[in-house]
Design a protein around this ligand. Structure first.
Ligand SMILES: C[S@@+](CC[C@H](N)C(=O)[O-])C[C@H]1O[C@@H](n2cnc3c(N)ncnc32)[C@H](O)[C@@H]1O
Length: 281
C-alpha cells in the first residue's frame, strides 16, 4: 500500500466509527507511524509503506477508534508557539488557554524580572510559554499530580528552561511561599453534571483531577482565589481561566476577597473565559 491508499482507508475507517476530523487524524497517525512530516506525506503520496509500518498504523488507528485523543496517541500538542509533550497524566493544552498568555504578557514588561506562580501547571504549557516570552522572570509551577509535574519538567527541558522554572509537586492548599507579582491558573472547573456529559474523548481519557471542579465546579476556583490573596503582593495580578458560565460567581468571589476586576476576556466563541484581577489588600 502507498501513502494515498493508507490515507483513504484510514479516513474511511475513522469516518465509519464517527470520529471527528477523520482525514486530519489519519494524516497525523500516518505521520507518526512513518516518522515523517505531514507535508512530506503529501509530496510523496505514492511512496510505499512497509508491512511493519502498516501494523503500527493499524494499532494507532484502533486507539483512535476507541476515542483516545490524537494528542495522546501522537504524544504532543502545539500551544501558543510551542510543541508540548502530552500523555494521559496531563490535560491536553487547549487554544482557549492562550488567553491567559495574551493577558499575562500585558503585565510582564520585557526585560523586567517579575515573580510568577502557575497553579495546576499540568503539561507546563502556560508557564513555559510565558518564560519563553519573558526569560528574565522568575517562575514556580505547582501541581498536585506527581505524574503531571514529571511531564511539565520534561517539557521545560525540551524548551531549555529546566533551570528557569521551579516545579513543585504539592497541593495548592499546602503551598506557603508568597510575594508573587503574578499568579496564573487554569484550575479544574467543570461541575459534576457537565462532567458526566463530556465527550468520550475527554471523559474516558483525560485526567478527572484536571477537569472536575466538584459538584458546583467552583471548588478549585475558590481555593485559587483564597490562596492567591495570601500569596500575591499587594497590587499583584491574578489571571484565571473559568468556564463560560462561571463569570458572575467568580467575580463575586474575587470581590469578596478584595480583588479589583481589571478585565474579563472572551474566547473565540465570544464567551467569557479569562478574568484579570488585582489584589487590593
Ligand atoms: C485544567 S488542568 C490545567 C493544566 C494546564 N495548566 C493547562 O492549562 O493546560 C488543572 C491542573 O490542576 C491540577 N490540580 C488539581 N487540583 C489541584 C490542587 N489542589 N493543587 C494543585 N494542583 C491541582 C491538576 O492536576 C491539573 O494538572
Amino acid at each position: 500500500m502507498n501513502y494515498q491508499e493508507i490515507l483513504i482507508k484510514g479516513t474511511n475507517f475513522l469516518k465509519k466509527n464517527k470520529i471527528k476530523n477523520p482525514y486530519l487524524d489519519t494524516e497525523l497517525l500516518l505521520s507518526k507511524t512513518i516518522d515523517r512530516k505531514r507535508e512530506e506525506i503529501l509530496l510523496n503520496i505514492y511512496n510505499k509503506v512497509e508491512n511493519s509500518e502498516i501494523k503500527k498504523f493499524k494499532y494507532y488507528l484502533s486507539r483512535r477508534e476507541r476515542k483516545e485523543p490524537i494528542a495522546y496517541i501522537i504524544g504532543y500538542k502545539y500551544f501558543w508557539k510551542y510543541k508540548f509533550l502530552t500523555n494521559k497524566s496531563v490535560l491536553i493544552p487547549r487554544p482557549d488557554t492562550e488567553l491567559i498568555i495574551e493577558e499575562s504578557l500585558n503585565y510582564l514588561p520585557i526585560g523586567r524580572s517579575k515573580k510568577i506562580l502557575d497553579i495546576g501547571t499540568g503539561s507546563g504549557c502556560i508557564i513555559i510559554s510565558l518564560i519563553k516570552e519573558r526569560p528574565k522572570c522568575k517562575a514556580t509551577a505547582l501541581d498536585i499530580s506527581l505524574k503531571a509535574v514529571k511531564v511539565a519538567k520534561t517539557n521545560a527541558k525540551l524548551h531549555q528552561l529546566e533551570n528557569k522554572i521551579n516545579f513543585i509537586n504539592i497541593d495548592i492548599d499546602k503551598y506557603k511561599s508568597s510575594n508573587y507579582d503574578l499568579i496564573i491558573s487554569n484550575p479544574p472547573y467543570i461541575n459534576s453534571i457537565d462532567y458526566n456529559r463530556l465527550d468520550d474523548d475527554i471523559k474516558s481519557h483525560e485526567p478527572k483531577l484536571a477537569l472536575s471542579g466538584g459538584s458546583d465546579g467552583f471548588r478549585n476556583i475558590n481555593k485559587v482565589i483564597k490562596k492567591s490573596k495570601k500569596l500575591l503582593k499587594i497590587y499583584g495580578k491574578l489571571i484565571l481561566e473559568i468556564g463560560h458560565k462561571q463569570k458572575n460567581q467568580t467575580v463575586k468571589m474575587l470581590k469578596d476577597n478584595n480583588f479589583y476586576i481589571n478585565k474579563i476576556s472572551k474566547d473565540l466563541s465570544e464567551k467569557d473565559r479569562c478574568i484579570v484581577s488585582t489584589r487590593l489588600k
